[in-house]
Design a protein around this ligand. Structure first.
Ligand SMILES: Nc1nc2c(ncn2[C@@H]2O[C@H](COP(=O)(O)OP(=O)(O)OP(=O)(O)O)[C@@H](O)[C@H]2O)c(=O)[nH]1
Ligand SMILES: [Mg+2]
Length: 120
């Protein structure tokens, strides 16, 4: 058996992916692109308050692997305390038995890094 075959046999059948990033960074738009097939399960819009209020999830199947995409509330939502946002994200992380395989940090093109990114 070649190395390629043994790697592909070890691939999980199910991949959990979580999208993280600032409000309006494009998490939901990225999630819709990943789900593909002209589907747009995640609501996307530009707003200083999070469009995605807590979280949403959607699934797609690629080459026999089920990919579940979890879209989250923005980490710089102007209407929410950062500690509440952290709690929301922790709940999502603990909500699956399988855990998460992919953590995707979505950053808007041209966005500068500010003091916020150092955390408190
Ligand atoms: N032109 C362009 N617009 C984008 C892109 N990504 C996101 N947008 C637009 O930017 C706005 C915000 O995108 P969302 O995907 O709703 O952002 P979000 O990170 O989910 O925002 P919240 O749910 O509010 O945290 C929407 O109007 C999108 O259509 C991109 O790559 N190119
Ligand atoms: Mg969103």
């Amino acid at each position: 058996m070649s190395n390629m075959q043994s790697i592909s046999m070890e691939q999980p059948q199910h991949i959990n992916m979580i999208l993280l990033g600032s409000t309006g960074a494009g998490k939901s738009a990225s999630g819709n692109t990943i789900i593909g097939n002209d589907k747009t399960p995640f609501e996307e819009d530009f707003s200083s308050a999070s469009v995605t209020k807590t979280f949403d999830l959607a699934q797609t199947v690629v080459h026999g692997q089920t990919i579940t995409v979890f879209d989250t509330v923005g980490i710089s939502d102007t209407s929410k305390k950062i500690t509440d946002v952290q709690t929301d994200i922790e709940k999502i992380l603990q909500s699956t038995q399988h855990g998460f395989d992919v953590f995707l940090l979505v950053i808007k093109l041209g966005q500068t890094f500010t003091e916020d990114w150092k955390g408190s």
